[in-house]
Design a protein around this ligand. Structure first.
Ligand code: PLP
Length: 428
């Protein structure tokens, strides 16, 4: 495949955009080569500026769970655009999507919409601090909660891809309030709580981690966090930016049957437009301005185009009783196929999967936290990535990312992908 025009466009972009991209991982730095410039996408496929067709396993890093240019979403946005694109005033649409989200997700009474997953997590932590009147938070190495200051401490995927676990620009004052724990290690969390009595406002966690590849919680981990939080007056924040409306209608809370105190959303909830949200029971949400003292706001929050896209997406998911089962089956089929061909070609690997989140790690040991995720062989990953690209398959340009399976993928697409992996495996 030729990427001539993409390379030219990247060179032009580099002149006026730092690194040529508006989000670092897009720059292909950890895999080498130049990024692909997309012209359009439909269903399971991307079409690039050189006229190549690629089967897409990233899907805008998660949002396009029903495929690209999904007709009901496109129609909803187009219709709304004709009526005005932003008002900065309340609309009925906001109540409709809020009511639907609250009905789909367990354990939440109210939800506030923002413009990104970063904003959702940042606001959730501020709310938790205001509510508990405590300053510190616990986050886990390898979990990513967006790029706000207090989260850029060993933040997984994007940040780790560039070898900058702690970004310059985050002050020591901010960093000292973020305590770092090991994912899937309850004892570690317990000792942090004991060392900081009555100081911890919240534990924020990806209930299924997706930013060090896909790393499922081990048995008892989330249950243990729930218990530690309840016993110590700490709020448990589930960052469901990846898992929300993906692993089940009610996200990881529903799938894993654990109640969080605050839940953060992004990606799927916006149907491909810039949307995030955070939600909790009434007592906590009423702490937010204008009802309560914790300030949070946004000129474009609840934007009508974004809400129209999100509502249409959530309605489609809510009305399709089989959607999450279908995603499970397609991803399980892909997983079984990848196992088969990697084994047959004597590749050293581990596959992690929960529902439609899946990752391939080039290491034989179980990947259960950031340390074990970091053991994957990046040279093999690079070859794997570029090999698949040549076969017309687009996976994330970083070994620390999860693949996001879309319902638009057909079994022929999956078979094509498994055959391509077979072919590429022989070159690793
Ligand atoms: N939380 C998680 C779990 C994420 O995966 C991401 C982004 O990938 C974020 C938060 C940040 O969301 P956004 O990129 O929309 O700011």
């Amino acid at each position: 495949m030729l990427y001539q025009r993409s390379s030219q466009l990247f060179a032009e972009a580099e002149k006026v955009i730092p690194g040529g991209v508006n989000s670092p991982v897009r720059a292909f730095k950890s895999v080498g080569g130049t990024p692909i410039f997309v012209k359009q996408a439909k269903g399971a496929y991307l079409y690039d500026e050189d006229g190549n067709r690629l089967i897409d396993y990233i899907n805008s890093w998660g949002p396009m769970i029903l495929g690209h240019a999904y007709e009901p979403v496109v129609q909803a946005v187009t219709e709304k655009a004709k009526l005005g694109t932003s008002f900065g005033m309340p609309t009925e649409l906001e109540t409709k999507i809020a009511a639907l989200a609250v009905s789909m997700v367990p354990n939440i009474d109210k939800i506030r919409f923002v413009n990104s997953g970063t904003e959702a997590c940042m606001s959730a932590v501020r709310l938790a601090r205001g509510f508990t009147k405590r300053d510190k938070i616990i986050k886990f190495a390898g979990c990513y909660h967006g790029h706000s200051d207090s989260f850029l401490i060993q933040a997984g995927s994007g940040a780790m891809t560039f070898g900058t676990p702690n970004s310059p620009g985050v002050t020591a004052g901010t960093a000292k309030d973020t305590l770092l724990a090991k994912y899937n290690d309850l004892e570690n969390v317990q000792s942090l709580i004991e060392a900081n009595p009555n100081e911890i406002a919240a534990i924020i966690v990806e209930p299924v981690a997706g930013n060090m590849g896909c790393v499922p919680p081990t048995k008892g981990f989330l249950e243990g966090l729930r218990q530690l939080c309840s016993e110590n007056g700490i709020l448990l924040i589930f960052d469901e930016v990846m898992t929300g409306f993906r692993l089940a209608k009610g996200g990881a809370q529903e799938l894993l049957n654990i109640n969080a105190d605050i839940v953060c959303f992004g990606k799927v909830i916006g149907g491909g437009l810039p949307v995030g949200a955070f939600a909790a029971r009434e007592e906590i949400m009423n702490y937010l301005a204008p009802l309560g003292p914790v300030y949070q706001a946004g000129t474009l929050s609840g934007n009508p185009l974004a809400m129209a896209a999100g509502l249409s997406m959530l309605e489609s998911l809510n009305n399709d009783a089989a959607i999450f089962q279908r995603l499970e089956e397609k991803t399980a089929y892909l997983e079984a196929g990848i196992h088969r061909v990697l084994k047959a070609n004597n590749v050293v690997y581990t596959i992690n999967r929960v529902g439609s989140m899946i990752s391939v790690h080039f290491d034989a040991n179980p990947v259960v936290d950031f340390q074990t995720a970091a053991k994957g062989d990046n040279e093999t990953f690079k070859k794997f990535f570029h090999g698949l690209l040549q076969e017309g398959i687009y996976i994330a340009p970083s070994a620390y990312e999860t693949w996001f399976i879309t319902d638009a993928l057909s079994y022929e697409d999956l078979d094509f992908t498994i055959n391509a992996i077979d072919k590429v495996s022989k070159t690793l």
